[in-house]
Write a protein that binds this ligand. Structure first.
Ligand code: AMP
Length: 578
């Protein structure tokens, strides 16, 4: 079979065509993968990397030497075609950014997966042609590396690409905000304008979206503070003085004319919403929106509760699974709730391999001193994975990454024709470890969920965000969990939450160490309101993009620890294991 070529940039693409294309390649996933691998190797067989090391072992990014490219080495190192753009992958949990190549293929595949997912969504949620999307998207600044290459986040490159412009022109619905708002480079000002324009076009908004759910929660939380100002702007046809970026100001002002009736209508809805803690804000303000669409899985799960609060009964549809390195899987089941969603591998995006992972220990029996709790098997091609098993994803891409470990753990939930369907489990990297204890981001997430459930059972307060640190500055080391909460909580309840979390770590290494006091009692530190906003600003100041931001769930970064330390207002020590 020859892989049916369908370019994401093909402007005349109908939903029907793209679905048929996908069904075809899913049917023949294994053969398609063989062809994709051949194509990648043929394209790049004369590169330094492939000449030296083809097929040897799986790699981490450092071994592919992207820094040499960033420094201006334009020899055929990873790809035959010179690489002119680099993306900054967000380095999910530790916030360490790394360079990966970005090419035309990257933005074409982005447009392609957007179209594919949209085609499946529109079967369940048909949307009106000519409608608008309230899209909380942000690009950060592109900059030049030492060697003169253009660098930035993958979303930034995409928003600046021809493919994004094509999408704006040719898809059934388009973003409320003009490019000047997306690209302004100041997320607070952009958020204000996204909200303002979203309200001006409220009746036309078909769905509400962002790349990661975090940006949606940020935007609607910001709205709770700025709604009066936005109403004033709509009433008088003005734009708040907080918008200082000239070309964003003028492009937004082009859309605004005084509309006292609309202002009054929004104001009265907001007053009502304000008195019910903004419950159902989205359907009240955007009455024709059919759903909310964003990545809500993995590191975004902690924001689901707040998102559901804003969305009420509106469907939450999970966006696809991808990374700066490559797109991976598409959500074919828009009705699946975030807790059950899976992503069907798109076999044309990259050559995918899967490293079988099996837990070395049953949590609760003995422990190992390995790097983490997994034993690895030999990497398998996509057709050989088994339902119910867990794997680490390995990519060989058109952009010059070879047998590259993505660092994500996935579980195979089933097959769609010949293509595996993946549940995202977690980042593989351990985040909390003092000695023999081993906890991943997901372990911490579950622990914090237990603590925050207790908080919401006993009080009206809510957890806004959290992070952690394994503090080994004193002996014995111990875990510190930082919480920002909204509302006042009595110390007694926080004490209980602290104890609950300490007991909720089920990792055997942790439990044993706590019992023998080789790990000290868990500490819960409450930080003042706005602390996590400061953390976001710190990252944005260092080149991260709002669209791709993920709060680091564990940190040893001294600047972050100082931000957290300076703003700690209360601290509690667990009384468990006494
Ligand atoms: P970035 O480094 O910003 O490109 O982020 C890519 C990472 O985000 C992936 O490797 C995953 O860990 C995570 N991610 C992306 N899409 C999803 C998804 N749909 N569900 C869960 N995690 C995701």
């Amino acid at each position: 079979m020859t892989v049916p070529a369908i370019s994401g940039a093909d402007t005349n693409l109908e939903d029907y065509d793209i679905v048929r294309w996908f069904e075809d390649i899913a049917d023949n996933a294994a053969q398609v993968q063989t062809q994709i691998l051949k194509r990648i190797v043929k394209l790049n067989c004369n590169t330094e990397y492939l000449r030296n090391r083809l097929g040897t072992e799986v790699l981490n990014i450092e071994e592919l030497e992207p820094e040499r490219i960033a420094d201006g080495d334009d020899s055929a190192l990873l790809t035959q075609e010179p690489i002119t753009m680099l993306s900054l992958s967000s380095g999910t949990t530790d916030g360490r950014q790394k360079y990966v190549p970005f090419t035309r293929f990257s933005s074409q595949s982005t447009l392609q997966i957007f179209r594919l997912a949209a085609a499946y969504r529109s079967r369940v949620f048909p949307i009106r042609a000519g409608g608008r999307i309230l899209e909380f998207v942000y690009s950060s600044k592109q900059f030049k590396t030492r060697g003169g290459l253009t660098a930035g986040t993958a979303t930034t490159h995409y928003f600046a690409s021809e493919e994004f412009k094509t999408k704006q022109k040719t898809t059934k619905s388009f973003t409320c905000s003009p490019y000047e708002v997306i690209s302004a480079g100041d997320y607070k000002q952009s958020t204000y304008c996204h909200l303002l324009l979203g309200l001006l076009f409220a009746d036309q908004v078909e769905f509400v979206t962002s790349t990661f759910a975090y940006s949606l929660v940020q935007a609607f939380t910001a709205f709770e503070d700025v709604w009066q100002e936005i109403c004033e702007d709509i009433r008088h046809g003005t734009l708040s003085s907080r918008i200082t970026i000239t070309n964003m100001r003028s492009s937004v002002l082009d859309y605004i004319a005084p509309d006292p009736a609309l202002a009054l209508e929004i104001e009265s809805k907001c007053k009502e919403l304000n008195s019910s803690n903004w419950h159902c804000m989205i359907p009240r303000l955007w009455p024709n929106a059919k759903y909310v669409y964003s990545i809500m899985t993995g590191a975004m799960q902690p924001y689901l509760k707040k998102l559901r609060h804003y969305a009420g009964d509106l469907a939450l549809v999970c966006a696809d699974y991808g990374s700066t390195e490559s797109w991976i899987g598409v959500n074919l089941g828009p009705l699946d709730p975030p807790e059950r969603v899976n992503f069907t591998v798109v076999p044309t995006f990259s050559y995918f391999e899967f490293i079988p992972l099996s837990l070395i220990v049953n949590r609760g029996s003995e422990y190992s001193l390995a790097n983490d709790d997994y034993e690895e098997g030999e990497p398998l091609p996509l057709s050989k994975v088994k339902i119910g098993e867990q794997y680490e994803v390995v990519l060989t891409t058109f952009t010059g990454l070879y047998r590259y470990r993505l660092g994500d753990v996935v579980e195979v939930a089933g097959f769609y024709k010949g293509a595996p369907q993946l549940n995202f489990i977690c980042r593989r990297k351990l985040i909390l470890t003092v000695n023999i204890d081993k906890n991943t981001e997901k372990d911490l997430q579950m622990v914090v969920e237990k603590g925050s459930n207790l908080l919401s059972q006993k009080t009206k307060s809510e957890l806004v965000d959290f992070t952690s640190n394994a503090d080994t500055s004193k002996n014995p080391g111990h875990y510190v969990v930082y919480w920002e909460i909204k509302g006042n909580v009595e110390d007694e309840v926080l004490n209980e939450c602290c104890r609950e979390m300490d007991l909720a770590f089920v990792d055997h290494g942790y439990v044993v160490s706590r019992k023998t006091n080789s790990i000290g009692p868990l500490e819960l530190k409450i930080v003042e309101t706005g602390t996590f906003r400061k953390i976001l600003e710190y990252y944005i100041g260092n080149g991260a993009a709002m669209s791709q931001f993920k709060t680091p769930r564990c940190t040893s970064n001294q600047v972050l620890l100082r931000i957290l330390g300076d703003r700690t207002i209360k601290q509690f020590r667990s009384t468990a294991y006494r």
